[in-house]
Design a protein around this ligand. Structure first.
Ligand SMILES: NC(=O)c1ccc[n+]([C@@H]2O[C@H](COP(=O)([O-])OP(=O)(O)OC[C@H]3O[C@@H](n4cnc5c(N)ncnc54)[C@H](OP(=O)(O)O)[C@@H]3O)[C@@H](O)[C@H]2O)c1
Length: 372
């Protein structure tokens, strides 16, 4: 898949346009999923004459938006697109067609489109006499930009684990204690993050201690509110839990045969769905749980802790991305650990930076992808 390496001969100027297309693409976060985020820049005689991005699921694609922005200036221009232009007529017309109609002379694209129906746009353009350069991103770079779109494993969703931790690796000051580890800026970032996922998941103890709502309350209204999932193998949460009272995505409890039938009925009566999967001693079989979520339409899953659930997912090799907010403080020896028992083959994986480390308020925001 790394045919991109042969096509990397771009000037610095051209790379800057590709990067700008990637920046524009990211504006679609939370609004276009499960479609990919795509951005496009139209350049004529070294000058940017049009920009666009895929703003809404089902809405015009990035190329169409950028062409509209460029108008007549698109004739003879170069289009820099973060993803290979699609060649099929779906909810909107084929982008290959739009580019040719507008008289674009050259297309530089970032990632190859793996889609059976949409892929192959580069060939169509070449056959029509348009000069095409791409893919200029490696498959790893492409995946990093649109991970759920490139996730082909049908046995589970693309899964991210997000935790806010102290310098000494704590996520709460003491067991049973709700603690604001990171600052308000990180809270806002998390709200934005949630908008791009199909489901938000927490462990039973986090649900018991923090009583979270798990709704999206940030600046990005999600196209579909993410489902709220609690891994509660023994059936411990009560119908008074806040997430049941609060309007938002569907609430789902993943449990095992260890939970009482009466509990299931009670939770269903309170509006929740109860999903019973395999398990031992009241602990949910996590691959089975993720498979069930995937079959139920969850393509991208965000686990927000706690440490025990996150570590179990990591140990089983079920986490693709880590979002870590590191707060500049110590929580001390009584703290609840972020990674209490990561072991096994999953624990031996290496992680690489998927984005530049970023200062968010007083905290450090890290985005890491599992290697390989
Ligand atoms: N700073 C942060 O980012 C952050 C995020 C989340 C939570 N927290 C804090 O962390 C604390 C709770 O975290 P925690 O690590 O103690 O617990 P946790 O990960 O939230 O929950 C673990 C519990 O989930 C249930 N579970 C069922 N099947 C499981 C499986 N296969 N693997 C793992 N767990 C399974 C079990 O419930 P049972 O106990 O019923 O058997 C288990 O004890 C709270 O104090 C909370 O405030 C902090």
């Amino acid at each position: 898949m790394d045919e991109a390496l042969t096509d990397r001969e771009l000037t610095d100027r051209e790379w800057a346009h590709v990067e700008r297309a990637l920046v524009l693409a990211r504006r679609g976060w939370g609004r276009v999923h499960p479609n990919p985020m795509v951005g496009c820049v139209i350049v004529r005689d070294g000058r940017v004459v049009g920009e666009g991005w895929h703003r809404e699921w089902g809405g015009p694609h990035a190329e169409v938006m950028a062409l509209a922005d460029a108008g007549a200036a698109a004739r003879g221009a170069t289009a820099f697109v973060s993803l290979e232009p699609c060649r099929h007529t779906g909810k909107t017309g084929a982008c290959t067609h739009a580019l040719m109609e507008a008289g674009v002379a050259r297309v530089v694209f970032g990632a190859a489109d793996p889609g059976e129906a949409s892929g192959g746009g580069a060939r169509v353009l070449r056959e029509a006499g348009v000069e095409v350069t791409g893919p200029v991103l490696s498959s790893g770079e492409a995946r990093r930009e649109n991970p759920p779109f490139f996730h082909t494993d049908e046995t589970r969703p693309w899964t991210a684990l997000k935790l806010a931790l102290s310098l000494d690796g704590g996520i709460a000051a003491a067991p049973g204690q709700r603690t604001s580890v990171s600052g308000p800026e990180v809270d806002r970032r998390v709200q934005e993050l949630r908008a791009g996922f199909d489901a938000i998941m927490v462990g039973a103890r986090t649900a018991r201690v923090d009583d979270p709502r798990l709704t999206v309350r940030g600046p990005i209204p999600p196209r579909v509110p993410p489902r709220r999932v609690v891994v509660d193998g023994r059936g411990t949460l009560g119908p008074g839990a806040r997430l049941l009272a609060e309007e938002g995505g569907a609430v789902q409890f993943v449990t095992t045969a260890a939970a009482e039938a009466g509990w299931k009925r009670k939770m269903e009566a309170a509006g929740a769905q109860v999903l019973t999967v395999e398990g031992a001693d009241g602990q949910v079989d996590l691959p089975g749980a993720l498979q069930a979520l995937r079959s139920g339409g969850v393509g991208a899953l965000l686990c927000e802790g706690g440490g025990v659930l996150g570590s179990a997912l990591l140990s089983e090799g079920l986490v693709d991305r880590l979002y870590l907010a590191v707060a500049p403080r110590f929580l001390g020896p009584d703290a609840v650990p972020a990674f209490p028992r990561v072991s096994g083959p999953g624990g031996e994986a290496d992680w690489e930076m998927a984005a530049e480390p970023e200062r968010v308020g007083a905290d450090l925001w890290l985005t890491l992808d599992r290697e390989g």
